[in-house]
Design a protein around this ligand. Sequence first.
Ligand SMILES: Nc1ncnc2c1ncn2[C@@H]1O[C@H](COP(=O)(O)OP(=O)(O)OP(=O)(O)O)[C@@H](O)[C@H]1O
Length: 487
Amino acid sequence: MSFLHMSGISKRFGATVALDGVELQVERGEVHALVGENGSGKSTLMRILAGAIQPDEGTMTLDGKPYHPSSPMDARKSGIAMIYQELALCPDLSVTENVLLGMEDTRLGFVRQSEQHERVRAALTQLGYPHLDLNAPVRNLPIAVRQIVEIARAVALGSSVVVLDEPTSSLTQADAQKLFEVVRTLKAEGHAIIYISHFLDEIKLLADRLTVLRDGNNVGTLPAAEVDANGIVTLMVGRTIDDVYPRSERTPGLPILEVNELMGRPKPDEATLELRRGEVLGIAGLNGSGRTELLRTIFGLEAVRSGKVKVGKFEGAAQPHQRWDQGLGMLSEDRKEEGLALTMPIADNLTLTKLPRIISSTRQAADTAIWIDKMKVRCRGPEQAIGELSGGNQQKVAIARLLYHEVDVLLLDEPTRGIDVGSKEQIYGVIDALALEGKAVLMVSSYLPELLGVCDRIAVMHKGRLGPARPVNELSQESIMQEAAGA
Ligand SMILES: Nc1ncnc2c1ncn2[C@@H]1O[C@H](COP(=O)(O)OP(=O)(O)OP(=O)(O)O)[C@@H](O)[C@H]1O
C-alpha cells in the first residue's frame, strides 16, 4: 500500500466537474510530479489533500490509515505541508516566529526562546541554510529565501508530505537550482514530495514519477525516466507540439517607444531603449534588478525622477489612463493585486478599461466569447466570476484584456507565469502575430528559453541599470546570466 493514496476523488463546482474519479499514489522518498493543463484539476486535488475543501466522492489513506482532514489545520497536524506560489508567511514576523507559527500551542507547549532558535536552526541547517539570520523579519528576505523558510516550517513541523505548487515560477535560475537541492534533501530524508510545475525540464530533472491530469481525469502515472518532455505534453494536451516558439520573418518599422536615460523612484537608475513597430524586445535580469519598475515607470504607475519616455508622438510623463489613450497597455506581474477584479465576471474584466466607450451587454458577451475561444480559457462562460477560474486561466483573461484594447505597444511582465505549455505556445503565437501586424512588445521574463525564443533583441537589467539591447542570435542563456549577475 502506498504511503499516500487518494482514490476515486471527484469534485464538482456547480456545473463544472473539476475532478472525476482521480487516483494518486505517492511514496515516501519520492518526488512525484503532478502535471496538467490550466484548469485540469491539480489545485483542486491538492486543496482536498490539504483539507481546504472536501471531495464529493473518494477516499484517502495516509501511512495505511484512513485520512479525511476536516480543515487545513487538521491536515497540517496529520503531516501534510502545502507550499503555495503565494507564500503564506507573515512579513513582519521573524524567521523563527514564522517557522514556529501555529506550532507552539499544538506540539511544543511553552517553549523557551533558545530552544525555539535551536529547532529552527536545525531545520534550516538540514536544508543547507545554516547561517540565515533567525531574527530578521521575513519581509527583508528575497523571495527565494522566504520559500526556504516556508519549507523549513514543514520540516520543523515533522511533515511527511510536502506539496510544492509551482515553486520556481518566481525564482531565477540560480535560485531554482538551490531549491532543487533542497527538494533532493527532503527526498533523501524520506519525505513524500508532490511537485506541481509547468516546466517540464524541471520535472525531468527532479521527479521519480509523474501523474498527468487532463480534464479532471488521471490519464497516466509513469516513471519520469520513461517519458521525454514531448511525451508529457502529448499526454497533457492530447496532441504533439512541434514548435513552441513560432517566429515569422519580421521587419521592424519606425520607433514607437523611446526611453531616454530614465530614472524612476526607486528604480530604474538608468534605462535607455528604443522599441520599433513590428519588434519584440525582451528584458532579462535577476529578481529585484528593477525590470518590473522599468515597465511601471514607463506606464506611469511610478514617478519619473528624470529622463524621457516618448510613446509615438506623445512625449513626457503621463498617468496610466493617458498611456492607454496613447496606445500603450500593460500586463502586470501581479494579476491579483492590480490586474483583475476577482469577484467580477470574465466579461467585465475583459472589457472594463475600454470604458467610457460604453458597449452593450450583448456585444460585451459576444466579444468575450470570441476571446474565451481564442485564448482557450477554460470556464463556463462570459458571466463566470474570474476568481473561480484556475490561476493559468485568470492569466489568459488578463492577456486577452490587453489584446482586446488593441493597443500599439504592449508591456508584458512575466506573461506566461503559471501557464501550461499548450497555452504558452498560443501566447507566443499571439505575440508573433502582433509583431507582424506592426505592433510592438516589450516583455520582461525570468524564463530565458522563452526570451530567446520569442524576442528579436534582449537587454539585460543589472542593479537598476539597463544594458544595451542585442540581437538574440548574439546571445545565449549563459551570456545573459553572466550579464545579469554583473560578471
Ligand atoms: N471555487 C470554484 N468555483 C468554481 N469552479 C472552480 C472553483 N475552483 C476550481 N474551479 C474549476 O475547477 C477546474 C479545475 O481547476 P484547478 O484550479 O484545480 O486547475 P489547475 O490544474 O490547478 O490549473 P492551473 O494550472 O491553471 O493552476 C477549473 O475548471 C476551475 O474553473
